[in-house]
Write a protein of this length. Sequence first.
Length: 150
Amino acid sequence: MRADSPQWIVAKAEGDRAELAIAKWFKRYGWQPFKSIGNAEFDLLLQCEVEVKHDRMASDTGNLAIEVAYRGQPSGIMTSRANWWVIVVGSLAVIIKTDKLQKFVLAGKFREVPAGDGKLATVRLVPLDRLKEHSKAHVVKVDETDASDG
């Protein structure tokens, strides 16, 4: 089909509408879609914000320290604008949408303790095993050699 034929023009318009519908779907789930222009090898490029936390003590304590306040004001998970949170513990990473993690942290009766420099932050101690079992959490193995490659 020639690029200027009536059939191609109709097919192109239908394809563009489909791509925009799919982009809209991804946007609803926290991704920022970008439509390619011209002769690209793909139609959509997706981008989202991810907060990555490395909890070095969780492998010993069994608890994740999720910050909820700093100096008495909401912070951490309460104010994060990231679409996803990733919490790395040893060679595992727990990946979960921010709103799902926030609901989980707030709904649980998790102990709050002061933390950080000067103990100015408030964290909730969330059992790692409970978060790993959350239906919306994804647990992936982190290859520690990959982290040193970049």
